[in-house]
Ligand binder design. Structure first.
Ligand code: NAP
Length: 302
C-alpha cells in the first residue's frame, strides 16, 4: 500500500487563494484590508529570510504589510514603545516580533506587550488560555498546530473519536495541537495521548494511533513498525542531516529529514506528510489566516 500524500505546498495555495478572495470582498464592502507588521531587531540572516517570506506572502494576499527593522542596540523601552504604537494603530491587525531578540532585551516582556487581540502568532498567555478553554473563546490558534489541523481536515481524515497520539510536548507544537484535537468541534473531538522523553513505551502508544502527529526534532525517531496500517501520519520534524548542492541555484542547501522514516512509513500509513513540503508551508499560511481573522473580529464579521 502506498499512502496518500498530504502536501502542504498544495493546501497552502488553496488557502492563500481563499484568503485573497476574502480580502478583496472585505475591501469592497468595508474599505479595509488586514494590516500585518513584522518587527525585526538586527540583521540575523535566518530571521531576515523568515520575515521576508511573511511579508511577501502578506503582499500576495492583498494585506497592508510593514517590515519594521530596528538596530541591534535598540533599548527594551524603545522596543516596548514601538509595540505600543502598533497596538494603537487601527490599520494594523497583526503584530509579529521575530525571535530571537538580542540578550539585553527580555523576550517574554516584549511578547507579552503585544495586544492579545493582535497576537496573530497566538503565543500570548491570554491566547494560550483562550485555546485551552476552546470553542468560541479561541481567537488565534498558534500557526503550526492550526496548519496541522487544517491539513488533517482537508485530507478528509475522520477526527471524531479517533485515537490521536502526539509525540512531543513543546509549547509551540505538541501541547497546543494536543489541546486542539481534544476540543469538541470541527477537525477535533479525538481521544488524545501525548508522549515525550518521560514516556515508558513510545512504540506501544504510537501503534494505537489513528492519527500520529510527530514533533520531536529527532530524525527517523518513528519506525515503520510503530505505525498502525492506514493511519494518518503528520510529520512536523525538520532536521538538517547534511548539505547538498542545489540543482536550481548551484548553492549549498541543507538536506532535510522528518521525524518519521518516510520511505518505509508511506507503505503502511493511509496518508502521510512529506518533509519538506508537508507541514512546513502551512505555518505562514495560517499566520495570514489569523491576520485576516483579526480584521474580521474588529469588523464584527468573524
Ligand atoms: P522542542 O521544543 O525541542 O520539543 C520536542 C519535544 O519532543 C519535547 O517535548 C521532547 O520531550 C520530545 N522528544 C524529543 N526527543 C524525543 C524522544 N526520543 N522520544 C520522545 N519524545 C521526544 O521542539 P518543537 O519546537 O516542538 O519542534 C519539534 C520539531 O518540529 C523540530 O524538528 C522543529 O524543527 C519542527 N517544527 C517545524 C515547524 C514547521 O514545519 N512549520 C514548526 C515548528 C517546529 P521532552 O519534553 O521530554 O524533552
Amino acid at each position: 500500500m502506498t499512502a496518500k500524500l498530504i502536501l502542504g505546498t498544495e493546501i497552502r495555495e488553496e488557502i492563500l487563494e481563499e484568503i485573497t478572495r476574502e480580502v478583496a470582498e472585505i475591501k469592497a464592502k468595508h474599505n479595509q484590508v488586514p494590516g500585518l507588521v513584522t518587527i525585526l531587531v538586527g540583521e540575523n540572516p535566518a530571521s531576515i529570510s523568515y520575515v521576508t517570506l511573511k511579508i511577501k506572502t502578506a503582499h500576495r494576499v492583498g494585506f497592508k504589510e510593514i517590515q519594521d527593522t530596528q538596530p541591534l542596540d535598540i533599548g527594551e523601552a524603545d522596543l516596548l514603545a514601538l509595540i505600543d504604537k502598533y497596538n494603537k494603530d487601527d490599520s494594523i491587525h497583526g503584530i509579529l516580533v521575530q525571535l530571537p531578540l538580542p540578550k539585553h532585551i527580555d523576550e517574554k516582556k516584549v511578547l507579552n506587550a503585544i495586544n492579545p487581540d493582535k497576537d496573530v502568532d497566538g503565543f500570548h498567555p491570554v491566547n494560550v488560555g483562550r485555546l485551552m478553554i476552546g470553542g468560541g473563546e479561541v481567537k488565534f490558534p498558534p500557526c503550526t498546530p492550526a496548519g496541522i489541523q487544517e491539513m488533517i481536515v482537508r485530507a478528509g481524515v475522520e477526527t471524531k473519536g479517533a485515537e490521536v497520539v502526539v509525540v512531543g510536548r513543546s509549547n509551540i507544537v505538541g501541547k497546543p495541537i494536543a489541546n486542539m484535537m481534544l476540543q469538541k468541534g470541527r477537525g477535533a473531538n479525538s481521544t488524545v495521548t501525548i508522549v515525550h522523553t518521560g514516556t515508558k513505551d513510545l512504540a506501544t502508544h504510537c501503534k494505537r494511533a489513528d492519527i500520529l502527529i510527530v514533533a520531536a526534532g529527532v530524525p527517523d525517531l518513528v519506525k515503520p513498525e510503530w505505525i498502525k496500517p492506514g493511519a494518518c501520519v503528520i510529520d512536523v520534524g525538520v532536521n538538517r542531516v547534511g548539505e547538498k548542492v542545489s540543482e536550481k541555484t548551484g548553492k549549498k542547501v541543507a538536506i532535510l529529514k522528518g521525524d518519521v522514516d518516510f520511505e518505509a512509513a508511506k507503505e503502511i500509513a493511509g496518508s502521510i506528510t512529506p518533509v519538506p513540503g508537508g507541514v512546513g508551508p502551512m505555518t505562514i499560511t495560517m499566520l495570514m489566516k489569523n491576520t485576516l481573522k483579526s480584521l474580521k473580529f474588529r469588523l464584527g464579521i468573524a
